[in-house]
Design a protein around this ligand. Structure first.
Ligand SMILES: [Zn+2]
Length: 154
């Protein structure tokens, strides 16, 4: 098992509430020049050529997988080798069902990697706003989102 010391939360930087899939992100990451290794593609999600994240949480709360957990991601400079990357679709407001999916995904990952620090991209890379909310505050609040970051779905 790969050693993981950070669980890093990202956002897709797409308009809040706009539907985005792992296939969309894969295309963007192809364009950005990312590539997955052939042997990892054979093991998991062979149709995804580039996606840098391990998980994507869609606007409907569905959890898409990207890279294998033992596969090094491409999402946070300087920390890829020992981190897992989760991307929330949106910019700074997410549906309650996305927040619930994030909480259960992070909880499951902490069972697998009990010593890992849960943080936002911006906590590891100065100048970034990603993921658009304070991950430390969210953790301290027992994974309850701040109301300002809840997208009310009509
Ligand atoms: Zn990010």
């Amino acid at each position: 098992m790969r050693s993981v010391d950070h669980i890093v939360i990202h956002c897709s930087a797409t308009p809040n509430g706009r539907r985005t899939t792992i296939q969309d992100v894969d295309r963007w990451h192809v364009d950005a020049g990312f590539r997955r290794q052939a042997d990892w593609r054979k093991k998991m999600n062979p149709a995804l050529a580039a996606v840098g994240y391990h998980f994507l949480i869609r606007t409907n709360g569905a959890l898409d997988t990207g890279r294998h957990l033992d596969e090094v991601g491409a999402h946070v400079r300087g920390h890829n080798a020992t981190s897992v990357g989760i991307c929330m679709v949106g910019t700074d407001q997410f549906a309650r069902i996305q927040w619930a999916a994030l909480a259960s995904n992070v909880t499951a990952l902490l069972k697998r990697y009990p010593k890992a620090r849960v943080c936002g991209h911006r906590d590891l890379f100065a100048g970034k706003t990603c993921p658009g909310f304070d991950v430390t505050a969210w953790m301290k609040a027992d994974m309850k989102p701040h109301p300002a970051h809840i997208l009310e779905v009509k």
